[in-house]
Ligand binder design. Structure first.
Ligand code: GDP
Ligand code: ZN
Length: 430
């Protein structure tokens, strides 16, 4: 007892205390600060309104992403929801039982091992928000299609969302057959058959259909297992020049911050190729008011903290030297970030080759005529345009604002029908 007291106050410090002090000092310096882990992949949460996307995102990640209905009521901008989660596997439990979203196994109480960190992108399912969903699809590397077991399949947005995934090139999907608590076994089996037929008709093969209940967190381990087995992390090309889709942006300064303490604008989204490091110069196109923006990377982060470097996959945010007023309220949504070499020049006039989408459910007239008003979704950008001429499947379109189109990028085309924008075709710029 006595010796302990002496050693604490006596001749300097004990070795332990000294070590602790050194460690604290280390942690206080930015260089050695512990960095967060970036999610490896973006997984979309898609499907018809009210089928349980937001409930499932919450059951998996613990985060309630639904700002959609509230925003709808207030008639303001409608955003995508985002939430990160780490999936774990228990070394003792077998099969699907081993998968969990907890660091401690709920079955045997042992510490689990982290398998993969993923970002979920929760797309709004409301019919009027199809263009938001489409811009979200550009970020998705895979998707969970949520289908309620107590309704006939497909519902209109079940169909539209699957078409959007197809256009965006999202091939790896898992179906969460939700609200299983509301149906009898017979009904669940019948619904499963409808889902299978629907997937097949759309060219999606070998898609696992996992019966779950988001509200009761039922069968989530089976869903996590299916995600881990069927939605692998894509192989991204880190050697190519940087390209990133901006999905949101914000001003992180508190009101009343003094000018000298102001921090630059923050842009959030996902890198689609290459990587980004602090200090690097970036270009943002099409930019604001006809001018591209040029700045440098001041900080990098994800939802769980600062990052040393960012790569393609999960959602990230870049702190820049931009005037924060430029990044307020998602003003930069849809912009493409890159370096000089990788970024095409913005255009406002283009010639495209159209492919009309076959509709399973709705009776929307899918053809596009001259003088037609259309919405183009390219990456995370949406822009209104007018079809100035059309011959066969070739159309010329004049846009209200300039956009960046990457080589071979698919463009989703929506037209107004029944008071809302309906996805009718996709196009490739010629
Ligand atoms: P979203 O529009 O697809 O995001 O759907 P929400 O997550 O907002 O869910 C719509 C409604 O369905 C809410 O009232 C939820 O409580 C309910 N719901 C979601 N999942 C389940 C489930 O597994 N079982 C039951 N009984 N209700 C559910
Ligand atoms: Zn276990």
């Amino acid at each position: 007892m006595l010796s302990k007291k002496v050693s604490k106050t006596g001749k300097g410090k004990t070795q332990k205390a000294e070590k602790e002090a050194q460690q604290a000092k280390k942690q206080a310096t930015p260089e050695s600060r512990r960095f967060a882990e970036q999610a490896k992949i973006n997984i979309g949460m898609v499907g018809h309104v009210d089928h349980g996307k937001t409930s499932l995102t919450q059951a998996l990640t613990g985060k309630w992403t639904d700002t959609h209905s509230e925003e709808l009521k207030r008639g303001i901008s409608i955003r995508l929801g985002y939430a990160d989660v780490t999936f774990y596997k228990c070394g003792c439990c077998k099969g699907a039982e081993a998968y969990t979203n907890k660091a401690v196994c709920p079955l045997c109480g042992k510490k689990t091992k982290s398998v993969r960190k993923v970002s979920f992108v929760d797309a709004p399912g409301h019919e009027t928000l199809m263009t938001t969903m489409l811009s979200g699809a550009a970020l998705m590397n895979g998707a969970v299609l949520v289908i309620a077991a107590n309704e006939k399949c497909p519902q209109p947005q079940t169909n539209e969302h699957l078409m959007a995934l197809k256009i965006a090139g999202v091939e790896k999907i898992v179906v969460a057959q939700n609200k299983i608590d509301l149906v009898e076994m017979k009904e669940a089996i019948e619904n499963r058959k409808q889902i299978q037929a629907f997937l097949e008709k759309n060219g999606y093969k070998n898609v696992p259909i996992v019966p779950i209940s988001a509200n009761f967190a039922g069968n989530l381990n089976f869903l996590i297992e299916a995600i881990e087995e069927c939605i692998p992390t894509p192989k991204f090309d880190l050697k190519k020049p940087l390209l990133m889709y901006c999905a949101r942006s914000f001003d992180i300064n508190k009101p009343g911050t003094k000018a000298k303490d102001l921090r630059g604008g923050v842009v959030g989204g996902s890198i689609i190729q290459g990587k980004a490091g602090i200090g690097e110069k970036i270009l943002i196109r099409p930019g604001i008011e006809g001018k591209q923006l040029s700045t440098d990377i001041r900080s990098l982060s994800c939802s769980s903290g600062p990052l040393k470097e960012t790569v393609p996959g999960g959602l990230i945010a870049i702190g820049t030297g931009l005037d924060p007023s430029l990044t307020q309220n998602d003003r930069m949504r849809g912009q493409v970030i890159g370096t000089g070499k990788s970024l095409p020049q913005p255009i406002n006039e283009l010639e495209v080759e159209l492919t009309y989408l076959k509709r399973l459910v709705s009776s929307v007239e899918s053809s596009i005529n001259s003088n037609q008003l259309v919405v183009l979704t390219v990456g995370t950008m949406t822009v209104i345009g007018t079809v100035t001429s059309i011959h066969g499947n070739k159309a010329k379109i004049l846009l209200r604002d300039r956009i960046v189109i990457l080589p071979d990028q698919k463009i989703a085309l929506s037209k107004k029908s029944g008071g809302r924008w309906q996805l009718v075709a996709y196009a490739i710029a010629k």
